[in-house]
Design a protein around this ligand. Sequence first.
Ligand code: T1G
Length: 694
Amino acid sequence: MAVDYTTHDGVAVITLNNPPVNGLGLSTRAGIVEGIERAQHDPAIKAIVLTGAGKAFSGGADITEFNTPKATQEPTLATVIKIVESSAKPVIAAIHSVAMGGGLELALGAHYRIAASGAQIALPEVKLGILPGAGGTQRLPRAIGLEAALNMIVSGAPVMSEKLAESGLFDEVVQGDLAEAALAFARKVGAQDGPHPKVRERKIEHPNAAGFIQFARNSVAAVAKNFPAPQKCIDAVEAGVQKGFDKGLAFERDCFVALVQTPESHALRHAFFGERAASKIPDVPADTPVRDISQVGVIGAGTMGGGIAMNFINAGIPVTLLETKQDALDRGLATIRKNYEANVSKGKLKPEALEQRMALITPTLSYDDLKNADLIVEAVFEELGVKEQVFKRLDEVAKRGAILASNTSTLDVDKIAAFTKRPQDVVGMHFFSPANVMKLLEVVRGKDTAKDVLATVMKLAKKIRKTAVVSGVCDGFIGNRMIEQYIRQALFMLEEGALPAQVDKAIEKFGFAMGPFRMSDLAGNDIGWAIRKRRYQEQPDLHYSKIADRLCETGRFGQKTGGGWYDYKAGDRTAHPSKLVDEMIVAFSKEASVERRKISDEEIVERLVFALVNEGAKILEEGIASKASDIDMVYLTGYGFPLYRGGPMLYADTVGLYNVERAIRRYASRANGDAWQLAPGIVELAAKGRGFNG
Ligand code: T1G
């Protein structure tokens, strides 16, 4: 049973014991009820303490049970809370470290609550696309007031227990031994006559509840454009204010049942587990010993190198920053300082922290200063010859066991590893620009990369707050390999009849942060041009529309040259459709004897997104990515794919692979159809009626 029952001089202690976070799955719920019943029938027991073993009081309902029969099998959490609340003997919730979601709702059903300071208190359901479904929208406003409760419920953000000490939520917040304090409190109230206080009987006091609720609605509207849950949170709290506890509870239940079925909630839960699953590498045991990383070397103080260095400094890890020339080193340091100054001015960083962080950087022009580094990341010019020089030099100076990482975004990590006598210590760490901001880190596993190197880098990624996804070695790894097919389709559609603004608008309406042409103008059209030139050499049979080359030949590289696919006004990043470029595109089609046609937004979205899905399926088949959710995490954290759709592979599952396959076959039979080599994995899964994610 996932619950222990012990007695201590007249106090029953019910301990949730369901690692890792005391999720309130069916067996835990049944165990709590059994403990409460047992205590009712034991005359020696005067009071009951409810507490959690391990790392949490409770992290809430067991999300893995959602949309399965167990989730609604009695005793449901609502039933458990009702039983706790109607116990004749006082129930004291003793909270340490985490009380979230259903865990907090359970504690709200108790008569008293004692928390250790430093505990994270939250109703984070909204972050999973749902709302507190076991009375949280009704009890929390009664416990801490309408405004504080609405803020916690709609944001889902955790609040430290000591900040809630005066809120009415806790009877005590203790610094010392929680168990002792809880037992003492239990004995005290156990000696008192009932009835004991119930949160549900408190009133929600507010001078202008309707006004505040309207204010909450207005503030949420902007951030929750594509997510239904935040407004539903407000609806449920409002129902309790207007119609009383029981009607509010019933309304909350209806909202929960509706939200838990939505694609948005499915996507958010997929991302929650996908983020955690990404750090699990199938053939690298979870208990693989990791190397200690207490000093890092970064080679290259340019945009990438500087940003990479900041990640480690932000985590308190000292960095030796190496450049070849003093002025480049000075420029790099100045940029890092400017970035921190910007954070200080935005209130994101305390002024004194700026100097502390800058002090963690040791600038140098000498490789010898890297000799004590535990990890060295190079972010030098993207050319194999340059990488060869760097890694041969590193092989000479780096200490035994140092991890040698390349930030390459396109080159072969195995070839780079072969420049050293220690290929087992070489790995790719592909940061995304701006490296100090973007969450995604592609960890590229070479054929010789040691398992403990991978385990070390995955653990370090968590410490520097990155979402790390392991990729095998191939051109473009996961993200860029897929985005190449997406861009190919975008270019073909220009040739066939679309214009940049139409393509961007269509995919941005689908939910992408930025369409392919605005993105290319931002990153620099010359980057894609260089990749295509290399591609024409390496794979001459790969059919590309030459329309982008035509643009680049005119020097229109995007924002950095004042014009690309769009026109830009000086100092303004707003993309203005360019009459000149649109005319060039029309002329190009004519030259290519292509009769332009109207392309629907639906076709634009299908061809762009299914191009990602099709390449993603091949990446899975080749084992470059080990699971579909890894590919989704790459696109959610690195490429602006809309979170409420869960990533390209989950989106394909939502559409149905049967429909994806039919659409791809349709495009393969039309102009530029040779670009569509349908992935066998899609056909196989579609035939079985399955999806990528099970
Ligand atoms: N259900 C199932 N598994 C969970 C879980 C949960 N609620 N929370 C965490 N896990 C797993 C997680 O997948 C990972 O698994 C392991 O526990 C450690 O998690 C009715 C319906 C609690 C702050 O949204 O925020 O209650 O990878 O790596 O960094 O109204 O987990 O080891 O196999 O994150 O120490 C609401 C979600 C649920 C809280 C701990 N609760 N969890 O952080 O560990 S809905 C939440 C967290 C609900 C009620 C509704 C964090 C944490 P694995 P971890 P951590």
